[in-house]
Ligand binder design. Sequence first.
Ligand code: PMP
Length: 422
Amino acid sequence: TVAPQPIPAVAGASLRVPLVTGGEIGYANLDHAASAPCLDAVRTAVDEFLPWYASVHRGAGFASQVSTRLYERTRDILRRFVDARGTDTVVFTRNTTDSFNLLARALPQNTSVVVFDTEHHAALLPWRGRNVRRVRLPRTRLAAVSIVDEALAGCPQGPRLVVVTGASNVTGELLPVAEIAAVARKHGARIALDAAQLAPHRRISLRELDVDYVALSGHKLYAPFGAGALIGRADWLRAATPYLAGGGATKLVTEEAVVWNSGPERHEAGSPNTVGVYALGVACEQLAARWDAVGEHEAELLERLRKGLAGIPGCAELRLFDAPVDRVGTVSFVVDGFEPGWLAAVLSAEYGIGVRDGAFCAHVATKRLIGVAGGDGQQAVRVSLGLGSTAEHVDRLVLALRQIAARGARWQYEKVDGRWAP
Ligand code: PMP
């Protein structure tokens, strides 16, 4: 018999937080979709690397050589992590937002962009100045594919790009990426995948999906903040003006002219986030070695969570699609009669549970889906599961919501600078 794979351990597993009602409790971090806790293995690797980091690409010393090697090796790790084509380039960025802004800058001038209006603002907004077709996301996956087909058919001649998220940061539902990619291909368009929410939970294959670009963030992938990547077709990036102008992006600068690099360094001017990039690579290796265990862990907890929420009076879950679809462990909901910001404050102060409330940088999606769910607000509560989540966290949340729905909070709350506080 083969022993079941363990899931990678996270560094924040033993954090304790104070309760307003007295004492302290183990922190239930149910906000992985915002930023995931660092993996233990990432923390150890970074700790070992810290004394060694030095200037990348510039120094001749041994530490510089080590740093450069680890930095460049991470490009290969990321290429494998998303199963990129051999010709794809990996540009290190700060995060998904930065990756899409870089891609927007690299689009040929007359590119048309097709994007669902329910996308995260990082995928919705960077295309300003292009011919942008925002399409309303329909309530079935099939219709979503057709609407992209229609929108592409209506675009003027010239390059076209479809931008779509792999998993919604509001509902966790998966979009039909492979089907949309096939439609894009039919029209000779390219497709960019927002993998900020998908990459921490599922194996991605650019080749199998037939996707041209993917953007992701280290801080959602169990590595610390500040490093992300844009991976994909090299030609537009090679031809574009550098995203950042400065040292490292140039081959040669004379009194009269600048010759820019043509590789990924073209867009990476300035001293890079060597530690962040290294950490991102370690996190990706850890996840890639254990997808089965990660998937099982999250699926079990998601089922437990959804069953629990279904028993809370007045609780309505937000969903993009009418029929159930494959999804990662992110669930947004409203509870009739309770303001989301207030609920989130009570969960934190009285139960030691961290969730997110608001419109999740996807204002169109959140407002519309609350309407579909039967609410009339613009904000919701979001619970998002990951490797730092346990059954106890989920059970504590469900019990807390049941108690709050039945008898309110134990403490008094007031709004301070727009946020509820005990
Ligand atoms: N896309 C999605 C789907 C996201 O959830 C997020 C982060 N909330 C982003 C893009 C932007 O990621 P970052 O803030 O790391 O740039």
